[in-house]
Design a protein around this ligand. Sequence first.
Ligand SMILES: *Cc1c(COP(=O)(O)O)cnc(C)c1O
Length: 436
Amino acid sequence: MAEAGLGSRATAGRRSSELFAEACRVIPGGVDSPVRAFGSVGGSPYFVARAEGAFVEDVDGRRLLDYVQSWGASILGHAHPAVLDAIAAAAARGTTYGAPTEGEVRLAEVITEAVPGCDQVRFVSSGTEAAMSVIRLARAATGRDRVVKFAGCYHGHSDALLAGGGSGVATLGLPDSAGVPASAVSATIVAPYNEVPEIDESVACVIVEPVAANMGLVAPVEGYLEGLRAACDHAGALLIFDEVITGFRVGRAGATGVLGVQPDLWCFGKVIGGGLPLAALGGRRDLMSQLAPIGPVYQAGTLSGNPVATAAGLAVLELLPEEAYAQLAESVGRLAEGLAQAIGQSGLPVEVPVFGTLVSVFFSDEPVRDYQGAARAARSGLYAPFFRAMLARGVALAPSPYEIAFVSLAHSREDIDRTVEAAADAALEVASGVGA
Ligand SMILES: *Cc1c(COP(=O)(O)O)cnc(C)c1O
């Protein structure tokens, strides 16, 4: 609840507000990633001092039940003791050497064993890098230039993929980004999600979030991924699953395992880094072996696969047996059902899509199946007051209608029930116009 002199309308306490003002002098917009600035929900961000399990504590001493969880990077919850121990032990041996380490081998083994068809991985430091490099690899392997992506899917902020992006690009309402030359996106084709586009022999690859989670949650309709697979095979194009969110979050084999459609190449990130900067591209051996140093596709990184990040990733993946996903899905199902009912009772239009361990909230009276639908829901303008009303009740949702809610294994049944109670209250406030 509101503490430390926090009014029910304010999103940040006094110390956070002071820090934000200082940040704005030395950091553009005060943040290092745009959505953090609260631009689409109003107010200014709370600054986090520490976090543990399902909670973050801000610099004003306010404890918030956290559904951001580093945008899905923290699946065990914050500061899990086993992960902290692994990080401390690795760091004590030196944080980076610029030489290979055993941790890279072990983490690569865990990932390739878990994901069928993914024979090899190459570690990088962000999902952006993974997607950028996997596109280069696909273009080289096919000798073609064109890339097909889908509106509302986000694949990081490399030039060629900053077209029709979800996540922060959608949140800020940017058509795309300034500074991206037309030539950089001239070979990028943006198609609507959940429709199989025409793929011809000029297409190198189709990159897709197999379960879209950067425009809110939009699951693939029946036959969509199978259709993409068939269209790619027919045209000799490669299919890439960007599993930066879904990898090791919807199951050990990711969306590939749950949905049974196998791509040629993958991107992983978030969960596999255990909260440290780590991501990977992966795929079939014949494709991956085209990467330098054995192949002609250049790709590199000073901190790639660094021993602290691989230690954190290994510690997390060790604590994620298949049963953990059943537990997480139960929490998510309970939350989704509770939110749909709590918000629905207030009379607000609401859709709460669920895909196993993933959930989001759309203020919409019809199911959302593509970016147009997600944008229509965002235009209702209801997310911002709902977000603020939840924050005033001690629940931190993502500060954007285009992001999903990340539930961790540290969220207890009690935490979920408290969230639902807060949502019932918050929705009534929004419906009565108080929160507007
Ligand atoms: C977060 C995300 C990325 C980008 O990862 P960064 O580590 O932020 O660069 C790419 N693809 C998807 C699907 C993501 O959710």
